[in-house]
Design a binder for this molecule. Structure first.
Ligand SMILES: [Ca+2]
Ligand SMILES: [Ca+2]
Length: 240
């Protein structure tokens, strides 16, 4: 005897098939990928699970990405980055998903690399903050990069994030992501040799008087239109 399927069962079957198709397509399109959303310099409480304790120091650059939308790099360069890092300050990169779960943390840490303007590798610490690494951590989408040594002033650096960066939903980024930033210029380094010393004062004395040209405008440290003893004193106070 042939069983006749009820319309309700047929409808339910159809819904289940459609759901499967939708879920399949969603997975294929890659929603909830660990795409870079934003980056900036942050001070943070290393033991806090509350996002409000992660405080931006200056401008935060946004990529326009979400877990489903990915704008191809290059993204805007982050500026105003200090040359040295202390007191729980770091370059925070925010992702669309939780990128700090215990299961992937060691592997994710190894996905970050930093290079200087000459493409030399720069040693970094890669950290996460908080005490839990699941949905209870408001900072679960952040990873912080802290250079291990002093950076060159007024220089561009690159952070490369491997395509294998993985979120708690098992999704991998699937493409290399690159973040660029520039460091602050060294205050008082008038002659651009990356140190502030007596040579900078001597350099300034060449331009004593009204600040008219490019070099004398630069020597006018306090920007009052004239290069004089006041400028020399300002730079003298910065001597290392
Ligand atoms: Ca100098
Ligand atoms: Ca001046």
């Amino acid at each position: 005897m042939k069983l006749k399927k009820s319309p309700v069962i047929l409808l339910l079957t159809l819904i289940m098939v459609l759901q499967g198709v939708v879920l399949g397509l969603t997975a294929f399109a890659g929603t909830n990928l660990p795409n870079v959303i934003s980056y900036g310099v942050y001070s943070f409480d290393p033991n806090s699970n509350v996002e409000t304790t992660t405080v931006a120091q200056g401008t935060v650059v946004s990529t326009g990405n979400t877990g489903a939308i990915y704008n191809e790099p290059p993204w805007p360069t982050l500026t105003g980055v200090p040359c040295s890092f202390s007191g729980n300050v770091g370059i925070g990169i925010k992702f669309a998903t939780n990128v700090v779960p215990e299961a992937y943390w060691t592997a994710n840490q190894a996905c970050f690399h930093m290079y200087d303007a000459s493409n030399n590798s720069v040693a970094i610490n890669v950290i996460r903050i908080g005490t839990v690494y699941d949905g209870n951590n408001g900072n679960r989408n952040y990873i912080f990069i802290i250079p291990q040594c002093q950076l060159q002033p007024g220089s561009t650096y690159e952070i490369v994030i491997d395509s294998t960066l993985t979120s708690n939903n098992t999704q991998q980024a699937g493409k290399e992501q690159r973040v660029y930033f520039t460091t602050n210029a060294l205050q008082g380094d008038m002659n651009d040799d990356n140190t502030v010393n007596i040579q900078d004062l001597l350099w300034m004395t060449q331009y004593m008087g009204e600040a008219l040209t490019g070099e004398s405008l630069r020597a006018d440290f306090n920007k009052d239109g004239v290069v004089n003893i006041l400028d020399l004193l300002k730079v003298k106070a910065l001597l290392t």
